[in-house]
Design a protein around this ligand. Structure first.
Ligand SMILES: O=C(O)CCC(=O)C(=O)O
Ligand SMILES: [Fe+2]
Length: 183
């Protein structure tokens, strides 16, 4: 079944903490949704684009490797490029950070070409309450493994959400792989 492929320990605890530390000084941009609209009912988070942060080349290399293996072994999609910077999302309890049910395939020239989504759990799972990443690949809702360093890879058309963060702060990293239309 084309569902969620999980890679536990894709990144070590030290690597996740290094990414969080590296983006801490970077300016954040309030989350824009596919189509560039701001709708707080849909999403509240701050975003940092990894391409804007120095010294993050190793992160992109690892993400490319993870997506490539996952696609080879599980999805077998036609993928041609990574056309968008990976983004770190910061969801705070103060803002009830969340992202309501959505698919990542948008109407824009680039977001329309998203085919696989990879999400890395950057924060330790006890750093926040709520903030669960959930999937609806069929009739059932699945909850992502929230262990720090765990990666979930899924078709970008899969409905998914992040439940509101009730306490603490959750960091995640998302990257998309793009390609020609499904056929
Ligand atoms: O933060 C997450 O776990 C998911 C982020 C997401 O769904 C997105 O950026 O499209
Ligand atoms: Fe998403």
């Amino acid at each position: 079944m084309l569902s969620v492929h999980v890679v536990p320990d894709a990144f070590s605890v030290g690597e996740c903490e290094a990414i969080i530390a590296a983006i801490a000084g970077a300016p954040t941009n309030e989350a824009l949704l596919v189509g560039r609209n701001k709708d707080h009912a849909l999403r509240t988070a701050e975003l940092v684009w990894i391409d804007d942060v120095d010294g993050m080349g190793w992160v992109m290399d690892r993400l490319i490797d993870l997506v490539r293996r996952s696609n080879l072994n599980h999805f077998c999609f036609d993928l041609t490029a990574f056309e968008e910077s990976p983004q770190v999302a910061i969801y705070t309890a103060q803002d009830a950070g969340h992202f309501a049910w959505h698919s990542d395939i948008g109407g824009g020239p680039v977001s329309a070409k998203r085919k696989l989504t990879l999400v890395l759990q950057l924060s330790p799972d006890d750093a926040y309450e709520g903030g669960d990443l959930e999937f609806m690949p069929g009739a059932q809702v699945l909850t992502a493994n929230r262990t720090q360093g765990c990666v979930s890879v899924f078709p970008s058309f899969t409905l998914h959400q992040v439940t509101p963060v009730a306490s603490g702060v959750r960091h995640s990293l998302t990257v998309w792989a793009h390609g020609p239309a499904f056929r």
